[in-house]
Design a protein around this ligand. Structure first.
Ligand SMILES: C[S@@+](CC[C@H](N)C(=O)[O-])C[C@H]1O[C@@H](n2cnc3c(N)ncnc32)[C@H](O)[C@@H]1O
Length: 239
């Protein structure tokens, strides 16, 4: 039975690759890597370069930044077809993904496609360290303690009203997929008096990592790309 490993390769620092991920990647001779139009050099590839053998082939699979479900379905189906085709010849291959593969990742849609159209392919998912775990660690910031609750909020896919509700109802909120909505996010945090209770890490784990603990200083909208903001709401403390 041909097998595909869906491997989470962590947020950026190659040292945050799990031993399991390393062991599998080392013995693969074919690895699929997602590539978006924005991420032309594929950051994912840079993380695994030191681990894989020189003979390993990396095949890039293009995923557009589109929101159009039909367009996306077409790309996911093509990616699944390419993987299935390769697995006619090879017994196993891997698909790498930043952070954890089951957290807002392209791998999830690939998983759906492969299960539906190629059920003979065995799938094994290898978890990875998420970008928000790396963000909290960079700041030595406890995410949740005692009876506190954590929300993970993808900014780009939700309204600002929903953002306000979530921020008000959870002790800790992780904001992901901020993209070009950074200004609006900062305005909401200001309005809820949470600006002083938030920090942002861009490109966590990469050499370009930037941590900002004073969000009022952020002026460039572009800083929202590949960034996580963690907000601790002091009005929601357990006591
Ligand atoms: C498509 S999701 C992928 C999430 C990923 N699977 C994870 O487990 O963290 C992309 C979002 O993850 C966050 N992200 C991923 N890698 C990051 C990094 N190295 N530093 C900061 N944020 C990152 C950003 O919020 C970005 O918009």
């Amino acid at each position: 039975m041909p097998k595909l490993y869906g491997i989470g390769i962590g947020p950026g620092d190659p040292e945050l690759l799990t031993v399991k991920a390393q062991n599998i990647l080392k013995r693969m001779d074919l690895i699929f890597a997602p590539q978006s139009y924005i991420d032309k050099d594929s950051r994912a590839e840079s993380i695994i370069r030191g681990v894989i053998s020189q003979d390993t082939e990396i095949r890039r699979l293009l995923f557009p930044m589109s929101r159009d479900k039909q367009v996306l379905n077409q790309f996911w189906r093509q990616a699944a077809d390419q993987i299935a085709e390769a697995l006619k010849i090879k017994a196993e291959a891997a698909f790498i993904t930043l952070g954890d593969p089951l957290t807002y990742s392209t791998y999830i849609y690939l998983l759906y496609m492969l299960k539906e159209h190629y059920p003979h392919i065995q799938l094994e998912t290898v978890p990875g360290i998420t970008s928000y775990a790396a963000t909290a660690a960079a700041a030595n910031l406890p995410m949740v303690e005692g009876g506190e609750c954590l929300a993970i909020f993808p900014v780009a896919r939700n309204s600002h009203q929903r953002l306000k509700n979530v921020l008000q109802h959870f002790e800790t909120t992780v904001l992901m997929k901020i993209g070009n909505n950074l200004t609006q996010v900062l305005e909401v945090l200001q309005e809820l008096k949470l600006l002083d209770h938030a920090l942002m890490v861009s490109q966590a784990g990469f050499t370009q990592q930037i941590m900002e603990v004073d969000l009022s200083r952020i002026k460039e909208e572009s800083r929202g790309y590949l960034a996580v903001i963690i907000v601790k709401n002091p009005h929601k403390s357990e006591s």
